[in-house]
Design a protein around this ligand. Structure first.
Ligand code: MN
Length: 260
Protein backbone atom coordinates (compact mmCIF):
# COMPACT_ATOMS: atom_id res chain seq x y z
CA UNK A 1 0.00 0.00 0.00
CA UNK A 2 1.29 3.47 -0.92
CA UNK A 3 0.35 6.12 1.65
CA UNK A 4 0.67 9.89 1.27
CA UNK A 5 0.88 11.73 4.60
CA UNK A 6 0.46 15.46 5.18
CA UNK A 7 -0.56 17.85 7.98
CA UNK A 8 -1.05 21.55 8.71
CA UNK A 9 1.30 21.92 11.69
CA UNK A 10 4.35 21.71 9.42
CA UNK A 11 6.96 19.16 8.35
CA UNK A 12 8.69 19.21 11.74
CA UNK A 13 5.59 18.59 13.85
CA UNK A 14 5.78 15.62 16.27
CA UNK A 15 2.24 14.47 15.41
CA UNK A 16 3.19 14.11 11.75
CA UNK A 17 6.11 11.84 12.53
CA UNK A 18 4.18 9.73 15.04
CA UNK A 19 1.62 9.16 12.27
CA UNK A 20 4.19 8.40 9.57
CA UNK A 21 5.98 5.87 11.81
CA UNK A 22 2.71 4.10 12.69
CA UNK A 23 1.55 3.97 9.04
CA UNK A 24 4.91 2.56 7.92
CA UNK A 25 3.64 -0.76 9.32
CA UNK A 26 0.97 -0.77 6.61
CA UNK A 27 2.95 0.25 3.55
CA UNK A 28 5.29 2.70 1.88
CA UNK A 29 4.84 6.15 3.41
CA UNK A 30 5.74 9.43 1.70
CA UNK A 31 5.35 12.67 3.64
CA UNK A 32 4.66 15.94 1.82
CA UNK A 33 3.94 18.61 4.43
CA UNK A 34 3.95 22.42 4.65
CA UNK A 35 7.35 23.97 5.45
CA UNK A 36 5.84 25.70 8.49
CA UNK A 37 2.71 26.22 10.52
CA UNK A 38 -0.45 26.32 8.34
CA UNK A 39 -3.14 25.66 10.96
CA UNK A 40 -6.54 27.18 10.16
CA UNK A 41 -5.56 27.60 6.51
CA UNK A 42 -8.74 25.78 5.46
CA UNK A 43 -8.80 24.46 1.92
CA UNK A 44 -6.67 27.24 0.44
CA UNK A 45 -4.47 26.44 -2.55
CA UNK A 46 -1.59 28.51 -3.86
CA UNK A 47 -2.07 30.01 -7.33
CA UNK A 48 -0.34 33.42 -7.19
CA UNK A 49 3.08 32.22 -5.96
CA UNK A 50 5.49 29.45 -6.95
CA UNK A 51 5.71 26.36 -4.76
CA UNK A 52 9.17 25.22 -3.63
CA UNK A 53 9.60 21.54 -2.78
CA UNK A 54 12.56 20.30 -0.71
CA UNK A 55 13.34 16.78 0.41
CA UNK A 56 14.38 17.20 4.03
CA UNK A 57 14.57 13.59 5.20
CA UNK A 58 15.48 10.53 3.18
CA UNK A 59 16.16 8.17 6.08
CA UNK A 60 14.08 5.03 6.40
CA UNK A 61 11.30 4.24 6.89
CA UNK A 62 9.85 7.21 4.95
CA UNK A 63 10.82 10.27 2.88
CA UNK A 64 9.79 13.75 4.01
CA UNK A 65 9.28 16.65 1.61
CA UNK A 66 8.59 20.21 2.77
CA UNK A 67 6.47 22.39 0.49
CA UNK A 68 6.03 26.16 0.67
CA UNK A 69 2.25 25.70 0.42
CA UNK A 70 -0.91 24.63 2.19
CA UNK A 71 -2.03 21.10 3.11
CA UNK A 72 -4.24 20.97 -0.01
CA UNK A 73 -1.21 22.03 -2.11
CA UNK A 74 0.81 19.27 -0.42
CA UNK A 75 -1.66 16.58 -1.45
CA UNK A 76 -1.84 17.88 -5.04
CA UNK A 77 1.96 18.10 -5.32
CA UNK A 78 2.38 14.80 -3.50
CA UNK A 79 0.21 12.98 -6.02
CA UNK A 80 1.19 14.82 -9.22
CA UNK A 81 4.88 15.60 -8.66
CA UNK A 82 6.34 13.38 -5.92
CA UNK A 83 4.52 10.06 -6.36
CA UNK A 84 3.37 10.73 -9.93
CA UNK A 85 0.65 8.19 -9.28
CA UNK A 86 -2.43 7.84 -7.13
CA UNK A 87 -1.55 6.58 -3.63
CA UNK A 88 -3.85 3.99 -2.02
CA UNK A 89 -4.48 6.24 0.95
CA UNK A 90 -4.08 9.86 2.06
CA UNK A 91 -3.76 10.55 5.81
CA UNK A 92 -3.51 14.07 7.28
CA UNK A 93 -2.34 14.74 10.84
CA UNK A 94 -1.91 14.07 13.59
CA UNK A 95 -3.05 17.59 14.31
CA UNK A 96 -2.36 19.24 17.64
CA UNK A 97 -5.92 20.21 18.63
CA UNK A 98 -9.31 18.66 17.87
CA UNK A 99 -11.02 19.37 14.56
CA UNK A 100 -14.72 19.04 15.32
CA UNK A 101 -17.70 21.26 14.57
CA UNK A 102 -16.74 24.62 13.06
CA UNK A 103 -13.05 23.70 13.12
CA UNK A 104 -13.70 21.17 10.37
CA UNK A 105 -14.15 24.17 8.07
CA UNK A 106 -11.14 26.15 9.33
CA UNK A 107 -8.82 23.16 9.55
CA UNK A 108 -5.92 22.66 7.17
CA UNK A 109 -5.62 19.09 8.51
CA UNK A 110 -9.14 18.18 7.43
CA UNK A 111 -8.58 19.95 4.10
CA UNK A 112 -5.55 17.77 3.41
CA UNK A 113 -7.85 14.74 3.63
CA UNK A 114 -10.63 16.53 1.75
CA UNK A 115 -8.22 17.21 -1.12
CA UNK A 116 -7.41 13.49 -1.19
CA UNK A 117 -11.14 12.70 -1.37
CA UNK A 118 -11.55 15.25 -4.18
CA UNK A 119 -8.85 13.37 -6.08
CA UNK A 120 -10.91 10.19 -5.58
CA UNK A 121 -8.60 8.70 -2.96
CA UNK A 122 -9.51 7.04 0.37
CA UNK A 123 -8.65 9.77 2.89
CA UNK A 124 -8.46 10.28 6.64
CA UNK A 125 -7.83 13.30 8.89
CA UNK A 126 -6.59 12.63 12.43
CA UNK A 127 -6.48 15.15 15.28
CA UNK A 128 -5.59 14.94 18.98
CA UNK A 129 -7.36 17.17 21.46
CA UNK A 130 -5.03 19.90 22.75
CA UNK A 131 -3.34 19.47 26.13
CA UNK A 132 -0.19 20.61 27.91
CA UNK A 133 1.63 17.34 27.21
CA UNK A 134 0.31 15.87 23.94
CA UNK A 135 1.05 12.17 23.55
CA UNK A 136 0.59 11.20 19.93
CA UNK A 137 1.40 7.50 20.43
CA UNK A 138 -2.15 6.30 21.12
CA UNK A 139 -3.63 8.53 18.37
CA UNK A 140 -1.11 7.05 15.96
CA UNK A 141 -2.28 3.53 16.86
CA UNK A 142 -5.91 4.58 16.32
CA UNK A 143 -4.94 6.17 13.00
CA UNK A 144 -3.21 2.99 11.89
CA UNK A 145 -6.24 0.80 12.66
CA UNK A 146 -8.63 3.14 10.86
CA UNK A 147 -6.17 3.43 7.96
CA UNK A 148 -6.07 -0.36 7.76
CA UNK A 149 -9.85 -0.42 7.37
CA UNK A 150 -10.15 2.55 5.01
CA UNK A 151 -7.16 1.39 2.95
CA UNK A 152 -8.70 -2.04 2.47
CA UNK A 153 -10.94 -0.60 -0.22
CA UNK A 154 -14.25 -0.83 1.64
CA UNK A 155 -15.13 2.90 1.66
CA UNK A 156 -17.17 4.56 -1.03
CA UNK A 157 -16.20 7.59 -3.10
CA UNK A 158 -16.76 11.25 -2.34
CA UNK A 159 -16.07 11.17 1.38
CA UNK A 160 -13.32 11.46 3.97
CA UNK A 161 -13.04 10.19 7.54
CA UNK A 162 -12.48 12.78 10.24
CA UNK A 163 -10.98 11.23 13.38
CA UNK A 164 -10.59 13.04 16.70
CA UNK A 165 -8.90 11.57 19.76
CA UNK A 166 -9.42 12.88 23.34
CA UNK A 167 -6.34 14.03 25.27
CA UNK A 168 -6.65 11.21 27.82
CA UNK A 169 -4.42 8.31 28.85
CA UNK A 170 -5.38 5.26 26.71
CA UNK A 171 -6.94 3.44 29.70
CA UNK A 172 -9.36 6.32 30.22
CA UNK A 173 -10.60 6.44 26.63
CA UNK A 174 -14.16 5.06 26.63
CA UNK A 175 -14.26 3.68 23.09
CA UNK A 176 -14.97 4.73 19.52
CA UNK A 177 -18.13 6.63 18.60
CA UNK A 178 -19.34 7.10 15.02
CA UNK A 179 -20.52 10.69 14.98
CA UNK A 180 -22.08 13.40 12.88
CA UNK A 181 -20.42 16.74 12.10
CA UNK A 182 -21.64 18.93 14.98
CA UNK A 183 -21.97 22.61 15.82
CA UNK A 184 -19.22 23.10 18.42
CA UNK A 185 -17.47 26.38 17.86
CA UNK A 186 -15.36 29.04 19.45
CA UNK A 187 -17.00 32.26 20.46
CA UNK A 188 -14.85 34.96 18.89
CA UNK A 189 -12.65 36.90 21.28
CA UNK A 190 -9.72 39.13 20.40
CA UNK A 191 -6.99 40.45 22.62
CA UNK A 192 -6.10 44.06 21.92
CA UNK A 193 -2.44 44.83 22.49
CA UNK A 194 -0.09 47.67 21.71
CA UNK A 195 3.00 47.27 19.55
CA UNK A 196 6.33 49.01 20.43
CA UNK A 197 5.15 52.02 18.42
CA UNK A 198 1.95 52.25 20.49
CA UNK A 199 -0.22 51.07 17.62
CA UNK A 200 -2.95 48.57 18.51
CA UNK A 201 -3.06 45.06 17.10
CA UNK A 202 -5.47 42.20 17.67
CA UNK A 203 -4.82 38.55 18.34
CA UNK A 204 -7.49 35.87 18.26
CA UNK A 205 -7.80 34.41 21.76
CA UNK A 206 -9.04 30.83 21.68
CA UNK A 207 -11.70 30.02 24.20
CA UNK A 208 -14.11 27.15 23.57
CA UNK A 209 -17.48 28.47 24.64
CA UNK A 210 -20.15 26.61 22.74
CA UNK A 211 -20.44 22.81 22.99
CA UNK A 212 -22.79 20.78 20.85
CA UNK A 213 -24.92 18.89 23.39
CA UNK A 214 -25.88 16.14 20.93
CA UNK A 215 -24.02 13.02 22.13
CA UNK A 216 -23.85 11.89 18.49
CA UNK A 217 -21.86 14.99 17.50
CA UNK A 218 -18.11 14.93 16.96
CA UNK A 219 -17.29 17.57 19.57
CA UNK A 220 -19.46 16.02 22.29
CA UNK A 221 -17.95 12.56 21.75
CA UNK A 222 -14.39 13.83 22.18
CA UNK A 223 -15.39 15.97 25.15
CA UNK A 224 -16.94 12.84 26.72
CA UNK A 225 -13.81 10.74 26.27
CA UNK A 226 -14.62 8.86 23.04
CA UNK A 227 -12.57 8.64 19.87
CA UNK A 228 -14.84 10.29 17.29
CA UNK A 229 -14.98 9.07 13.69
CA UNK A 230 -17.11 11.17 11.33
CA UNK A 231 -17.54 10.21 7.68
CA UNK A 232 -17.82 13.57 5.88
CA UNK A 233 -19.32 13.93 2.40
CA UNK A 234 -17.77 16.28 -0.14
CA UNK A 235 -21.16 17.26 -1.48
CA UNK A 236 -22.92 19.84 0.68
CA UNK A 237 -26.15 20.33 -1.25
CA UNK A 238 -29.28 20.59 0.90
CA UNK A 239 -31.84 18.70 -1.19
CA UNK A 240 -34.63 19.54 1.25
CA UNK A 241 -34.04 23.25 0.58
CA UNK A 242 -34.26 22.60 -3.17
CA UNK A 243 -37.61 20.82 -2.72
CA UNK A 244 -38.81 23.59 -0.41
CA UNK A 245 -37.86 26.29 -2.93
CA UNK A 246 -39.41 24.31 -5.79
CA UNK A 247 -42.62 23.87 -3.82
CA UNK A 248 -42.69 27.61 -3.20
CA UNK A 249 -42.47 28.22 -6.95
CA UNK A 250 -39.00 29.75 -6.77
CA UNK A 251 -37.89 28.59 -10.23
CA UNK A 252 -41.08 29.75 -11.96
CA UNK A 253 -41.93 32.95 -10.13
CA UNK A 254 -38.70 34.35 -8.71
CA UNK A 255 -36.72 33.01 -11.69
CA UNK A 256 -38.97 34.93 -14.09
CA UNK A 257 -38.63 38.08 -12.03
CA UNK A 258 -34.86 37.79 -11.73
CA UNK A 259 -34.26 37.03 -15.40
CA UNK A 260 -36.68 39.55 -16.84
MN1 MN B 1 -2.87 22.39 13.06
Amino acid sequence: MRILVTNDDGAGAPGLHALAVALSDLGEVTVVAPDGQRSASGHAITIAHPLRLNMIERAAPYCVYALTGTPADCVKVGVSVVLQAAPDLVVSGINYGANSGANVTYSGTVSGAREGAMLGLPSIAVSLEASDHPDFAFSARVAREIARWVGSGRPGAGLLYNVNVPALPPDRIRGIRLTRHGHSRMIDAFERRLDPHHQPYYWMAWERMFHDEDPNSDGHAVYSGFVSVTPLLLEQTDRRAIEQMKAAGFEEIEGRLLLR
